[in-house]
Ligand binder design. Sequence first.
Ligand code: NAP
Length: 287
Amino acid sequence: MPPSPQTVVVDGLGLAQEMRKEMSEVIGRHLSQDRRAPCLAVVLVGDDPASASYIKGKRRACKRIGMESVERKLPKETTEAELLEVLDELNSDDTVDGILVQLPLPGGISANTIATAIDPAKDVDGLNPVNVGRLVLGEPCHVPCTPAGIMEILERFETPLEGAQAVVIGRSAIVGKPISLLLQQANATVTMCHSRTRDLADVCRTADVLIAAVGVPKLVKGDWVKPGASVIDVGVSSVDGELVGDVDTEGVQGRAKIVTPHRRGVGPMTITLLLANTLSAYEANLA
Ligand code: NAP
């Protein structure tokens, strides 16, 4: 691949706005045919300020595209059994298309038990084992929002994936594993790296597509990046009160073909794909 003297810094917010406009037009068409608006239910347990702010952002994003959202705020003392009851209620409510339980959950509540209790058709975070299994099998399913957003970015930037070498750093259930599967389904040859990977820098240098989903500030240095590679920085860490990504964005300038910035990169696309998953759950519900 030739070197890229001009690295394109991906405008994730711009892409997200484009997609949200498309979705708001689709919702407008449904409303004009006297259908109800799609509806996302968000469940927050406890009073973590970061979680409360994420939920607020998600509800605002729903409103802006004409999507309804309902919020269930539960005290931090809520037991797993009580949360399961709330989920039962939302599962059987025909006017709720998507359900999102904000993570992390307080101690004593298993995130896996909760994901398993959400109706797979309403599991817009894609964490129910049924959706995870369908993703592994390559069947239609709700895909976790961050990996789905990354695939949209790669597609909209016409990144060739067929036969490409892809390296994913991080193997979480929410980012690393699903993005590895999606890249493999797009016929990339995928290498998954983690905290025990030897010679990480050398592995990264083989990548045509490099995804960093770690949470270690500026782990990926400029000289880890193959000239012409597409670099997606998922990580977000706080250093001295400032948000920092996993990639040394300045260091990759002039080497990478594209790079996502740690602000206005993958983040806005994650929320947008939550909206997209809810819209597709709504359309399946109507059908
Ligand atoms: P996670 O569950 O903590 O997983 C981190 C992964 O990184 C693990 O697989 C871990 O390996 C690996 N790792 C840790 N240190 C490493 C090192 N020095 N070298 C290589 N691998 C290393 O995190 P996550 O939920 O996937 O999130 C990752 C980052 O993305 C976080 O900063 C998070 O805030 C951010 N994030 C952003 C968005 C967004 O929308 N922008 C969405 C989700 C997550 P082991 O498995 O061996 O422990």
